[in-house]
Write a protein that binds this ligand. Sequence first.
Ligand SMILES: Nc1ncnc2c1ncn2[C@@H]1O[C@H](COP(=O)(O)OP(=O)(O)O)[C@@H](O)[C@H]1O
Ligand SMILES: Nc1ccn([C@H]2C[C@H](O)[C@@H](COP(=O)(O)OP(=O)(O)O)O2)c(=O)n1
Length: 292
Amino acid sequence: MGTTLNGTVDVPVVVDESKDAGENFPGDKKITVVFVLGGPGSGKGTQCANIVKHFGFTHLSAGDLLRAEIKSGSENGTMIQNMIKEGKIVPSEVTIKLLQRAMRESGNDKFLIDGFPRNEENRAAFENVTKIEPEFVLFLDCSEEEMEQRILGRNQGRDDDNIETIRKRFKVFMESSLPVVEYYNSKGKLRKVDGGKSVEEVFEAVKEIFSPYSAQANTVGNSKVSTVKGFLRWWPDFRIDGSHVACRWFRTARRILSRILTKAMSPKATYIFVVCIAVFAYVYMPTIEGYM
Ligand SMILES: Nc1ncnc2c1ncn2[C@@H]1O[C@H](COP(=O)(O)OP(=O)(O)O)[C@@H](O)[C@H]1O
Ligand SMILES: Nc1ccn([C@H]2C[C@H](O)[C@@H](COP(=O)(O)OP(=O)(O)O)O2)c(=O)n1
């Protein structure tokens, strides 16, 4: 096993070509990507959760995807686990496939990619494979002392949140990730925020940066999936009595259905499914109404 690029190690990677990991994503689809970078514990995940609520992006955390891959018992699981424990960066090939698959499955077209690219290899490989350039890069700037305190208080039961691994992660961040931050700075794409302030204060600064996207927040409504979501929200109320008072079970069923549809199915399959349900319900609704 030899070191290739800063923080990366030449390790055997299992590539299962039989699975459609989404490697052709995005194809011709127009995709908006914002990278969210910052040291370990700088608050990337916390701020991404806020951005999602306000601006309609889908949040993809490279670290979360890698941890999910370990849990899934995949062939690369042990390799990923060992690398994360050592604070090293997993080969780009693996992480990019996971990102592509998650993007494709989300059905959205606006993504916050958190904790990626973490080194030059990540950056170049992502661009080569997906042909996507980020809209901009949000960088949470935070001191090591503050980040260390936060990680030690995080309590998420992560293998790598111990002082020994934290120090290794800081070193990899300085040596491998900061050059990527510098690269985007030189291209005029960096949006730097003081991540050492309170969650609310950091979000105030973040909100300003994302404000051009607020007009579009509802236009996830533009995407097919959101049209379906909107339809599911409106339609049963209308059908039941025309006065927008829906019965409780229908509300619950609608919420569950909406969640399943948008998470588990492709937009095309979702459309077909919803049309079938609409036809079915149109025919049978008068009967159902009789029991409510
Ligand atoms: N601005 C902040 N001030 C204080 N604590 C924070 C702040 N942002 C995040 N935290 C806390 O610090 C820890 C690390 O934050 P997290 O969002 O998981 O960081 P990252 O994703 O960058 O590793 C979490 O326990 C989180 O609740
Ligand atoms: N692009 C990435 C992102 C994360 N990883 C691995 C290595 C990192 O130390 C761990 C944890 O990353 P994560 O972003 O979840 O957490 P921190 O920002 O380090 O707190 O995952 C990676 O190998 N490649």
